[in-house]
Design a protein around this ligand. Structure first.
Ligand SMILES: [Zn+2]
Length: 193
């Protein structure tokens, strides 16, 4: 799965919590960031000569534990730790649907493939690339929409005006988060992931 799809999904989940539980926006950012982190092991394998580490070294619950502790030490907030857990788990879950899968407890069970979860989603297919594009658009749009709706009050959403307002807010939400997505894409390119 593409790094931007992971990040968009992490941001979306973070925004859901931000919207429904009235959390700080930092929660959203950390959730998106945690969803971004595991694929750094791709870079470690293909550019930094760490050997066969992709989908292993940073794609497991032990690295999540390290991240949780670091987040807690930095921010002294269990809520923000939850944001990191949600973003990170979303990445591992999404990757578990792909043919390569994820060794959740790596290196435990590596030989027996006991904790190796995998699915049938193949990233090499053009269909998969298309699906990912749609997913990115949906996650960015809904995240931006929820973010805006949280800050305004909608009168009657079942009237014509209400429907038009929702449509406009969806479009604005899309552009809002798409801009964020563009900067993330820029960062992804910059560090070569
Ligand atoms: Zn991954």
């Amino acid at each position: 799965m593409k790094l931007l799809t992971h990040t968009a999904f992490g941001l979306f989940l973070g925004t859901l919590f931000y919207y429904f539980l009235d959390l700080d926006f930092g929660f959203v950012l950390l959730s998106g960031f945690a969803a971004f982190l595991p694929d750094i092991d791709w870079r470690m394998q293909y550019s930094w000569g760490f050997g066969n580490v992709h989908r292993k070294l940073l794609h497991n619950v032990w690295f999540l534990c390290v991240l949780a502790v670091v987040t807690y030490v930095l921010f002294w907030s269990l809520i923000l730790v939850l944001g990191v857990i949600i973003g990170f788990i979303s990445h591992l879950l999404a990757d578990s649907f792909t043919v390569t899968g994820v060794y959740w407890l790596y290196p435990i069970g590596k030989e027996s493939e006991k904790y190796h979860l995998k699915g049938s989603f193949s990233m090499s297919e053009t269909k998969a690339t298309k699906i990912e594009k749609y997913l990115q658009i949906i996650f960015f749009t809904l995240s931006g929409f929820l973010f805006i709706v949280k800050h305004i009050t909608l009168e009657n959403i079942f009237s014509i005006e209400g429907v038009i307002t929702i449509a406009i807010l969806l479009a604005v939400g899309f552009y809002l988060y798409k801009t964020l997505g563009k900067s993330i894409k820029h960062i992804i390119r910059k560090i070569g992931l």
